[in-house]
Design a protein around this ligand. Structure first.
Ligand code: DGL
Length: 268
């Protein structure tokens, strides 16, 4: 599995608890993060290179633990590897549409995800089927704050309030975390909701659903590892080893092996 940086750890925690027997490989493309403001072609090339790296390491399935990479590259990746079990992450518009009572849902994500064709199609489809209005909000700089470990600083809190308050003012009673970095600042998101309204506002994260989908695919492809083995975790980064090690320690309280990698020879 991979992400542009540490956001994918919010998906990894669900995968580790749903599939404790599986050996996991995690790539943080931190040398190229954030993905959110980069051209689509760059994200596609990075995604394909990381997929090649993971497959060369023996991966039997791939999880794109990044909404931005999924929106840009999952279609192309499926064309290159039609038989590979592949799980992407996309903003949970469908669960949010089932939860909202005001019929207005805010979607927090990167600018790249929100401007993608994939997101536009999903939004149009769910809106047409449910009548729910989605308010997209690009959270520029927020994934960076998480990658920096600035999870509870006044600067991050102010940034979140700037993004969240207008959505609440427009009547949103449900917010979708459409970027895998954002669950790590959920406490600040909740605080900014409380500062903006006394009404209850629900938060939708898709990490658990992604883990369930991976489990379904492994069973369907008869690739599930049987109990009796304790799953291992190896991690790789295109950035600094110490930064990823710190993120694992801080966000998940674990200390896996971390190795720096250079994907240059995988880039087409
Ligand atoms: N974690 C990512 C996502 O889910 C990407 C954040 C970024 O690199 O901008 O969209």
């Amino acid at each position: 599995m991979f992400d542009s940086g540490t956001g994918g750890l919010s998906v990894l925690r669900h995968i580790r608890s749903a599939l404790p027997h599986e050996d996991l490989l995690y790539v943080a493309d931190s040398g190229f993060a954030p993905y959110g403001g980069k051209p689509e072609a760059v994200i596609v090339a990075r995604t394909i290179a990381i997929a090649e790296f993971l497959l060369a390491r023996g991966a039997k399935a791939l999880v794109l633990a990044c909404n931005t990479a999924t929106a840009a590259a999952i279609k192309g990746l499926r064309e290159i590897h039609p038989d590979l079990p592949l799980v992407g992450v996309e903003p949970g518009l469908k669960p949010a549409a089932a939860l909202t009572q005001s019929g207005i849902v805010g979607v927090l994500a990167t600018a790249r995800t929100l401007s993608s064709q994939k997101f536009e199609q999903l939004r149009a489809q769910i809106s047409a089927a449910t009548g729910v209005r989605f308010l997209p909000q690009a959270c520029i700089g927020l994934a960076d704050q998480v990658d920096k470990g600035a999870l509870d600083t006044p600067e991050t809190a102010a940034m979140i309030a700037r993004y969240v308050a207008p959505l609440i003012e427009q009547g949103a009673d449900t917010l979708v975390l459409g970027c895998t970095h954002y669950p790590f600042v959920q406490a600040l998101i909740e605080a900014s909701i409380r500062a903006a309204t006394e009404r209850p506002v629900k938060i939708v994260d898709t990490g658990e659903a992604v883990a369930r989908q991976l489990q379904r695919l492994l069973i369907q492809h008869k690739l599930e590892r049987q109990p009796g083995h304790v799953g291992t975790l190896e991690s790789f980064t295109t950035g600094k080893e110490s930064a990823l090690a710190d993120a694992f320690a801080k966000l998940l309280k674990i200390q896996p092996n971390v190795m720096q990698i250079d994907l240059q020879h995988h880039i087409a």
